[in-house]
Ligand binder design. Structure first.
Ligand code: ADP
Ligand code: ASP
Ligand code: MG
Length: 440
């Protein structure tokens, strides 16, 4: 039985951080260690890709060289053994030669994915070499040999199960495996990824695939906090969350977890523990199939939301109108997040506006349509039993000075959501911190 431990960008962000991982990973407990790219690397690779797209070769070359120099500086601090230094030097030269080749050649979306994969390929190899230097046996599992998504970008769990088992079974005497987060292959076998922040998702997919006893997400904060610490000054960690509470928070913007990371773990009932690499002794947050305490536990915010108001007299006393609306969103594979209705109108929100133009054309055939862009969903999460009064009132009272574009309550016993103008996000999170959690 292998545990899954995932370490995010800051946890592998420097030579010292990589050395510090030894204390948390080298022991008798069999495990798979999933690593992100060193912090800043994926952002830098995105910038490099942008420059390559625009054929801005001077910028691309400068950005590539800057990133490469960072790696050379870190490995000087990481290794002392001559052979390891040489191996790491070659590794960096090879990966950056691969990236640099695109300054001379064509560059397409497929190649962008391949470039974005370099960060995780580098961090895992560097950690593996470091373990080699300190004489700890470990096995580097190539994620590209087993992580797959299907045509709908969903993890292909049967494939992953089969091929990760094959990779692991090649090493019957090993109990420390290392693999890359974030990267995968798509249905055509091309290099792809699980979207930004996707290493958490890798960890829970692997946890589900190998039926791990626990998935641990190690990061730079001591668990899921009640509010976004980047937006409000006072927050506290939450000891326990149910899968549903955590999934709502992750989906609605709590950056500590990738939006869909909880789903594979929930499916196989695998506890997920959030821990702080900087303070391993802190309790962190346990996410599991548990009945947590009643009450509001946390709030999160999701930006970049488009609200669509659909109005039609045909809706009045008629049936089948909503189906016609939903079919349009289904046709363009666009999920709806929030929805509110009146007798003659419906408002709903989407966060993926890739096909917005086409959706609007189709909607206008059956209704009048208005859109509001740059909206934010604020999601209030906890155990909010439907037969207990007061929760909606508390939220609305806390937000009394913020104009609310939509309110959604009663969809589940875990969530109250409101939609506000994106410019008011910070004010709303501060108001909720005061009104719900008594922070000033
Ligand atoms: P990693 O690189 O380890 O994946 P992330 O930066 O993706 O780390 O996630 C950790 C960060 O998430 C924290 O530093 C914190 O600023 C941010 N964050 C946002 N909302 C929350 C929340 N509700 N609880 C804890 N952290 C949060
Ligand atoms: N390195 C990727 C990113 O920065 C994946 C991750 O860190 O989870 O998005
Ligand atoms: Mg993350």
């Amino acid at each position: 039985m292998l545990l899954v431990l995932k370490f995010g960008g800051t946890s592998v962000g420097s030579a010292q951080r990589i050395k510090d991982l030894v204390k948390l990973t080298v022991n008798e407990i069999p495990k798979i260690v999933v690593l992100s790219a060193m912090s800043g690397t994926t952002n830098a690779l995105v910038e490099i890709c942008d420059s390559l797209y625009n054929r801005n070769i001077i910028d691309a070359t400068r950005q590539i060289n800057n990133l490469k120099q960072n790696y050379f500086s870190e490995i000087k601090l990481l290794y002392t053994n001559k052979q390891c230094i040489e191996k790491a030097n070659n590794l960096i030269e090879n990966h950056f030669a691969y990236i640099t080749a695109f300054t001379l050649d064509m560059f397409t979306a497929n190649e962008e994915k391949a470039i974005l994969a370099q960060g995780e390929l580098l961090s895992t190899a560097l950690f593996h070499y470091y373990l080699e230097e300190i004489k700890v046996d470990s096995v580097l599992l190539p994620a590209l040999n087993f992580m797959r998504i299907d045509e709908d970008d969903e993890p292909n769990l049967p494939y992953i199960e089969k091929y990760i088992a094959e990779e692991i079974n090649k090493h019957p005497n090993s109990n420390l495996f290392i693999t890359q987060g974030y990267i995968c292959r798509n249905a055509f076998g091309e290099i792809d990824n699980l979207k930004r922040g996707g290493s958490d998702y890798t960890a829970s997919i692997i946890g589900a695939a190998i039926r791990s006893p626990e998935v641990q997400i190690w990061t730079d904060i001591d668990g899921m906090h009640n509010n976004d610490p980047r937006m409000v000054s006072k927050t506290h960690p939450i000891d326990e969350l149910s899968f549903d509470e955590a999934a709502e928070l992750a989906y609605f913007g709590a950056k500590i977890l990738h939006p869909t990371c909880i789903l594979p773990a929930k499916k196989r009932n695998i506890p997920v523990r959030l821990k702080n690499t900087l303070h391993p002794e802190a309790k962190g947050t346990l996410i599991a199939n548990i009945n947590t305490k009643e009450g509001i536990k946390a709030v999160a915010a999701k930006d970049g939301i488009t609200a669509i108001n659909i109005k039609s007299d045909r809706m009045l006393l008629a049936h089948g109108f909503l189906r016609a609306v939903f079919e349009i969103f289904e046709r363009y594979k666009t999920p709806i997040d929030m929805i509110t209705t009146s007798e003659v109108a419906v408002s709903l929100t989407i966060d993926n506006s890739k096909n917005l133009k086409e959706i609007l054309v189709d909607l206008k055939e059956i209704s009048q349509v208005e859109i509001d862009e740059n909206q934010t969903i604020i999601c209030i999460v906890g155990q909010l039993p439907k037969d207990k009064p007061g929760y909606a009132n508390k939220v609305l009272e806390a937000l009394k000075d913020i104009p609310l574009r939509m309110v959604s309550y009663g969809g589940s016993a875990n969530n109250i959501s409101v939609l506000i103008n994106g410019n008011l996000k910070k004010d709303a999170l501060q108001a909720l911190n005061k009104g719900l959690f008594n922070y000033n």
